[in-house]
Design a binder for this molecule. Structure first.
Ligand code: SIN
Length: 358
């Protein structure tokens, strides 16, 4: 129990930020199969009250509700708010670690966003930010939220030798770098983490930790968090059998600033798009190529020579590449306003080279 029970925020504590999701969801009839429920119903303070008796001795918690939504409705202004809240928390000497409860549908986007905007800051300060969520609502008979939340609190609060500060995630007893999250299953309890090459059981596996450190050391500088209304408009287009040029030309008369091409196989796209994509580059639209397969790297000039200016996404999936491109376009705008001649490609290339941990 707290020595400063009424003001835990004045003592060293873990800040638990609530964003909503299934972890805060409620089912109308929890024994129904399939279960109907609504995400983002329970306040994060109530989620913590539910696990109170299992909180490790001496760990103080402070809850803060940032949002309470179904994460499929996540907005860019909300991401800015979360990013600013995390940076503020990291700067607070009383905060020893941060936990974020989040819906799993778009936790992939938030994971890479926090890594690219707060990862270096967390690493320099030696503090961990742990994302978690759940696949079953809070009142389901075998709800997975309480154990995920407890794991996240333990990981955020336990001093672990050699485990650098940074942005991580935990679900179903496994952890990974948050930038490797990828929900590739609609219902499995480990859905956001199961296909992450960097996932580990516990944070204490030495070979995993050395891989983590090598990746984090490559990330040398955080990108600015876009102001609420300044997120550049970027869309994802999927190449498929029967693709039409109109899928691309449609955007030429819009204010879109970038397109992420989720190509087939190694990230190739239908020939029907070629001329339209060349026209898009001439219109000043940024192009990034990735693969719709869900795994594997997309390399420059593979399977064919790239259109000038189009970058390959490396190991970034389409949702992650979209966030990376938005942050790169925003960084380009700020750099050029400050008289620097850096382009979005300079910023994006630094992100796309980050390797995955095997
Ligand atoms: C959501 O993403 O908010 C709903 C789904 C989930 O959390 O698993």
């Amino acid at each position: 129990m707290s020595s400063n029970e009424n003001h835990p925020e004045k003592s060293p504590h873990i800040l638990v930020l609530g964003m909503g999701g299934t972890i805060a969801g409620l089912a109308s009839n929890p024994t129904d199969k399939p279960m109907q429920y609504e995400a983002g119903q329970v306040e994060v303070a109530a989620l913590l009250a539910h696990i109170q008796s299992a909180i490790p001795e001496g760990v103080e918690l402070v809850a803060k509700q940032v949002a309470n939504i179904n994460s499929r409705n996540l907005t860019e202004p909300l991401m800015s708010l979360l990013g600013e809240t995390v940076r503020e928390a990291l700067a607070n000497a009383m905060v020893i670690g941060v936990v974020v409860t989040h819906g799993t549908d778009t936790i992939e986007e938030t994971g890479v966003f926090l890594q690219l905007t707060c990862g270096k800051y967390a690493q320099n300060l030696g503090k961990r930010v742990i994302l978690t969520g759940a696949m079953l609502p809070a009142n389901a008979p075998k709800a997975d939220g309480p154990s995920n939340l407890l794991d996240a609190i333990r990981w955020a609060s336990t001093p672990i030798d050699n485990c650098p500060g940074g942005i991580y995630a935990v679900m179903d007893g496994r952890g990974c770098l948050a930038m490797d999250l990828a929900k590739r299953h609609g219902s499995a309890l480990n859905a956001p983490i199961q296909s992450s090459p960097s996932s580990s059981v516990g944070l204490i596996n030495p070979s995993w930790l050395s891989g983590v450190k090598a990746v984090l050391d490559l990330w040398t500088e955080d990108l600015p968090i876009p102001k609420e209304a300044e997120w550049p408009w970027v869309e994802i287009l999927t190449s498929h059998a029967g693709a039409r040029p109109e899928t691309v030309t449609h955007w030429l008369s819009s204010k879109v600033k970038g397109l992420v091409l989720a190509g087939s196989g190694m990230g190739g796209f239908h020939d029907a798009w070629k001329d339209a994509l060349v026209a898009a580059v001439k219109h000043g639209i940024a192009l990034v190529r990735t693969t719709r397969t869900g795994a594997g790297e997309t390399q420059q000039d593979m399977p064919e020579k790239d259109i000038a200016g189009c970058l390959a996404s490396g190991s970034l999936s389409a949702p992650r590449a979209r966030i990376a491109l938005q942050l790169s376009l925003n960084a380009e705008k700020l750099a050029q306003a400050a008289g620097k001649s850096l382009t979005w490609q300079d910023f994006f290339a630094r992100i796309a080279v980050l390797p995955v941990i095997r």
